[in-house]
Design a protein around this ligand. Structure first.
Ligand code: BGC
Length: 445
């Protein structure tokens, strides 16, 4: 049985959250609407019509929630700053109540001996900026930079650990290509312009933090997964290569000064060549102190001529008869091990932190308790994979579990439960799950 001490005394252990998923108070205390507030009301694409309006009411319960972080034994709390809570119109007017709120959250962490990690963008773009094109618009970069400046100057004395973007591939693909997340846009043109602006934002954000925050530990986070070809046929191998290029290489490579990845795939080649001047390469790169890896499952990929552009198809875990979570995601710790190795092979990455990893299961309270053995087994398997990679010499310096409590899981609404703590969304009652107690035992014994 692995122990937390096997990871060494300097390894940091945290739990991660995001503003739009937990805060609530979506249209009060001076906050402007985010794209998730409007998308959830208008698109009809969120299960059961759920909205983030109240979510976990963290806005009012942050003190007891931070106490839970501590009780479970974590020493790091990752949360994000809601851009429209600070800048209700995206730029210009600053909402002082919003500024005060995050001061209180940070102060409460510090009072309780918890180290705050701030994510600057976890998907809740101000609606006012989306009205001007959002991430597809040229102006997004100056607006984002102004927001980063404000946060860095305001909180930089107290907070040293920063994550610029949460999963740029996640929000650009789901929100600007497939239209299943806010703001619901589709198409390759939208996608590629959102990608380019997000990649610039990531590097610019790093530079601003470096200039404004002394002794900062600056990272950014990527969704990534091992991509496994379904067979060894040439068409499956090439399909897997295209998916790997999009999902795993698209953002890390320009960040490391390598430019966008070019492959045999003409779509990517064209985009990559368009942005390959030295000015692009310079602006897209930043020397991050750590890279955040967010991994949940590996992907098995098969060639499919009927899928436009990418011509690749995911062969779901269910049809392959392998274990999967309530999201249908394959449970396989080796996938995390493989992706850690893939990223560690980039020699310019200084350090890796697993900034999200976890699982949704359909847990229910019975007799005042939540028994979630599958989630405990999931964490044990994935942590063993992290330890294996670490023991092989990979520079992995921390791990954050996703997530503190059941929350607003984007297009899944409140149906997908990822928390270590159960939340009753009617009463906002928190109940620590068996997995939460497992973490407590793991971290404190
Ligand atoms: C996101 C989280 C999300 C989690 C589970 C990650 O991609 O950063 O916000 O809740 O996955 O879907």
């Amino acid at each position: 049985m692995i122990k937390a001490s096997d990871f060494g005394p300097d390894f940091s252990w945290g739990v991660a959250t995001a503003a739009a998923q937990i805060e609530g108070a979506a249209d009060t205390y001076g906050k402007g609407p985010s794209i998730w507030d409007t998308f959830s009301l208008r698109s009809g694409k969120i299960k059961k019509g759920h909205t983030p309006a109240i979510a976990c009411d963290f806005y009012h319960q942050y003190k007891t929630d931070i106490a839970l972080v501590k009780l479970l034994g974590f020493s790091v709390f990752r949360f994000s700053i809601s851009w429209p809570r600070i800048l209700p119109y995206g730029e210009g007017l600053v909402n002082e109540e919003g500024i005060r709120f995050y001061h209180e959250v940070i102060d409460e962490c510090l009072r309780q001996g918890i180290t705050p990690y701030i994510t600057l963008y976890h998907w809740d773009l101000p609606e006012a900026l989306e009205a001007e094109g959002g991430w597809t618009a040229f102006g997004i970069n100056s607006a984002f930079n102004a927001f980063v400046h404000i946060c860095a100057k305001t909180y930089g004395d107290k907070v040293k650990n920063w994550i610029v973007l949460n999963e740029p591939f996640g929000f650009t693909s789901l929100g600007y290509m497939l239209g299943i997340h806010a703001p619901g846009k589709t198409g390759l043109t939208n996608f590629f312009s959102a990608v380019h602006h997000a990649a610039i934002a990531q590097a610019d954000g790093g530079r601003i933090l470096r200039a404004e925050v002394s002794n900062a530990n600056i990272g950014t986070s990527f969704s990534c997964c091992e991509v496994i070809p379904y067979t060894q046929s040439e068409s499956d191998l090439l399909a897997a290569q295209r998916v790997d290029c999009l999902m795993n290489r698209l953002f890390i490579e320009p960040t490391l000064g390598m430019g966008y990845p070019g492959t045999d795939w003409e779509v990517m080649e064209k985009f990559s060549i368009q942005h390959s001047t030295w000015r692009h390469t310079e602006r897209l790169s930043f020397d991050f102190d750590f890279i955040g890896i967010q991994n949940y499952f590996p992907l098995t990929i098969k060639y499919n001529a009927f899928i436009p552009v990418i011509q690749a198809w995911e062969v779901k875990a269910k049809s392959r008869k392998v274990p999967y979570t309530a999201m249908g995601w394959e449970i396989n710790g080796n996938g995390l091990y493989q992706i850690l190795k893939q990223f560690a092979a980039y020699s310019k990455i200084k350090s890796i932190v697993i900034t999200e990893n976890g699982a949704a299961f359909a847990d229910k309270i019975t007799d005042g308790a939540v028994h979630d053995p599958e989630r405990i087994a999931y964490f044990q398997e994935y942590l063993a994979a992290v330890l294996k990679a670490k023991n092989e010499g990979l520079n992995i310096s921390g791990y954050m579990a996703w997530t503190l409590m059941d929350n607003f899981e984007w297009a899944e609404g409140f149906n997908a439960r990822f928390g270590l703590v159960h939340n009753d969304f009617k009463t906002q009652t928190r109940t620590i799950k068996d997995s939460g107690y497992w973490w407590q035992q793991f971290l404190t014994c």
